[in-house]
Every structure is written in C-alpha cells, then in structure tokens.
Design a protein. Structure first.
Length: 385
C-alpha cells in the first residue's frame, strides 16, 4: 500500500476540531487503498513568529494524524521562511520514526505547497498539490514578491488537483501551462443520494452557517429575491442553517430590510441526512458567495434534483458550462442574481428535465464518492511510479 504524507492547514485536529471536513473526507474515504499520515498545521501568533518563523511543536504524535503548531506572523508575512521551517520539522519527525512516504500531498499552493515542495526536495520524493481557490487566489494575488516560489511549486508538482476548474485556469494564466497533469477533484459531500427532480411551488432555497452571512453574501441574495418577486409574486424563500444569536438577528434584519419577511422561512439547522429532501422541495438553490473554493452544498442540491444559482468565477464554476440547471451570476450584482432566479423559476420544467438526464449519466457520478476515490488513487499511483 502506498504511503501518502499529507500537509494541511485545513484538517480537523484536537487543536481546531471544527475545521472543514473537505480534506479529512478524502483521507478517510481512501484509507482502504492508501496509507495516510497527516501533518495538520496550526499557526501560532506571537513574538516567536517574528523571531523564529517556521519553528514548530508537535502537539500530539498519532499514527495517522500529527497536529503541529508552527509559528509565523499574520497576513502571510515571512511565508516562504515559515513553510521551509515546517518542511524541516516534518523531515526531522519522520526521520526519527523511520517513516518514508511514497508521495507527499500538499493541500494548498499558497501555503502548504511551499512546504510540500521543500519536503519533497529534502526526501527526493514526488509531491502532488491541491488548489483551493479562495485562499490560493487571495494569497497569491497579495504576495507578488513570492511569484517565483509559487510558480516553481506549480510546475514541480507531479500532479495538481483543482477543487474546481476556475482556479486551475486562473493559476495557468498566472504561471503558465504545466507539462504535468492537472485534474479536477471535487470534494466528497456528506449527502450524495440522487433524488429525481420534482416540480414544486416557486420556492428559492439556500443553506449556510448563519455566522458566515457576510461571505455567503446574504445581503445580495435577499435583494435578488425581492427583485425576482416582482416578476413572480408567488415566490417563497427558505433558509436552512443555524448560528449565533447575533448572526441570526442580523439575518432577520437583512430579510426585513429587503421587504421579504412575509415570504421567508428560517428552517434552522437541517441534519445532513435530511438536507437533500429539504432541497428537493424547492425550485432552485441559490448561494452567491463572495468567495467560495468549492461549495459542497451546490453538489448536494444538484444530486437532490434542485437547480442551482452559483457565483461566477468561484465555487463550482466551470463544471457545468452551458448546462441550464447551473446558472452563474456575478455575486455582487443583485439584478443578475435575481434574473437567474427568474430564469430558473420560469423554466422549471425544462431545466429539471435536463437535470434529471444529467443525474442518470457520468456527470452526476463524477461527484460521488466512488468516482472521486478512484480518480484520486489512480493519480497518486501515477505520481509514485
């Protein structure tokens, strides 16, 4: 069984158990085919990050998960130096254990990619790399002084996995075309049942953690719903998700300000096993996030038989070009989001008929666990060869 050493700042661990499960889902799903060891990075603030950037402590040495604290300033300052320190610490740790990986997987270009490349050079091993659109685009754009470091990692990786096509295209425009493989690797979703579309009342739905209402761009969405209602008076709006009292109050204020309180239902937290049934009862799912690396909820909606409105140039953009059941709209433009909602509502029968056809073919299967696991394991085997 091939040994894969992962470097990730987004892996749930005892220090930060609430991190996203996008990467841990992949590791757990492929545990039967690959032998994983995860170095979970957690940045520590304080003076030490300025004096000794990249200095580290192993918090807990497990067999498969090693939470590691590394010291570095905020805002990505001293980034290259701190990632070199992380690579040195991991190299020392596995040398002490007598552990030798076959492949190193760095789970972002802008941070872990630099550490993964440095570790691969130390060990003489291949490394593969993921692209996470939100952070990678933001950091790479801000740290132009590190262009040659990012470019070297982009070209040196044996394989690059993109959560979504748009970030791979963006990196290619920035650093040039790679000679080695680049492939899309969707996130494994919690709910992947395929539910046949059903024509319903004119209901728009959305789902997110209410604490993140700003990034999820609720302010634009409620304005878009209000605009769409002018053309479709029977429109209803429902929101799934829980949050703090402060966030819930702010959500209520935005709904009131948009003048749609009487048509809006706050459904609260919906368990993963029920969210697709909740979605299936709507005409369209909409979430025009300001920044979104992938957005597993969009895939859950499509598998649940519900068309989507997603932000252009983010989230799942690029997967569904020219498919009528996945409409892209500029996230900051309520009129365009509203027009997309009207299009989805007025063409519900035609759009859902095409969505039903997509669900029965490889389009839907490519977003399910079995296909994602197969694709990932095959790429790791090629990288190790």
């Amino acid at each position: 069984m091939l040994r894969v050493l992962h470097i990730s700042a987004d892996y749930p661990d005892p220090l930060q158990p609430a991190k996203t499960r996008a990467i841990s889902n992949l590791v757990e799903a492929t545990a039967g085919q690959l032998d994983h060891r995860v170095y979970s990075l957690n940045r520590a603030n304080g003076w030490r990050g300025w004096v000794q950037p990249g200095s580290t402590e192993v918090v807990e040495r497990g067999l498969a998960l090693v939470p590691m604290r590394y010291h570095a300033p905020r805002w990505g300052l001293m980034l290259a130096k701190s990632m070199e320190g992380v690579a040195a610490a991991i190299a020392a740790d596995i040398a002490a254990l007598g552990y030798e990986p076959d492949v190193i997987h760095a789970h972002k270009l802008s941070f872990e990619g630099l550490a993964g490349q440095a570790l691969a050079r130390r060990l003489g091993k291949p490394f593969v790399m993921s692209l996470q659109g939100n952070t990678d685009q933001k950091v790479i754009s801000a740290r132009r002084d590190l262009h040659r470091h990012f470019s070297a990692a982009w070209h040196d990786a044996a394989h690059v996995f993109a959560f979504s096509p748009w970030i791979a295209a963006w990196c290619q425009g920035r650093f040039g075309r790679r000679r080695r493989p680049v492939s899309n690797l969707p996130c494994i979703v919690a709910s992947e049942r395929i539910l046949a579309p059903s024509e319903n009342q004119d209901t728009v739905c959305t789902a997110f953690n209410l604490d993140f209402w700003q990034n999820k761009n609720l302010q634009t969405l409620v304005k878009a719903v209000a605009l769409a209602r002018r053309e479709i008076p029977a429109l209803r709006f429902k929101i799934a998700g829980a949050g703090s009292n402060v966030a819930t109050a702010k959500v209520g204020q935005l709904i009131e300000a948009a003048g749609i309180a009487e048509i809006t239902t706050l459904s609260g937290h919906i368990p993963p096993e029920r969210i697709q049934d909740w979605m299936n009862d709507a005409a369209v799912f909409a979430l025009p996030s300001r920044r979104e690396t992938f957005g597993m909820v969009f895939v859950e909606a499509l598998l649940a038989g519900t068309p989507i409105v997603h932000p252009a140039g983010a989230a799942v953009d690029g997967y569904f070009d020219n498919l009528p059941f996945a409409l892209a709209a500029r996230a900051q433009d309520p009129e365009r989001v509203g027009a997309a909602l009207v299009q989805a509502l007025k063409s519900q029968h035609e759009i859902k008929t095409q969505l039903a056809g997509w669900q029965l073919h490889d389009g839907a299967r490519s977003f399910q666990r079995e296909a994602i696991v197969s694709s990932y394991c095959a790429a790791i085997e090629r990288a190790a060869a």
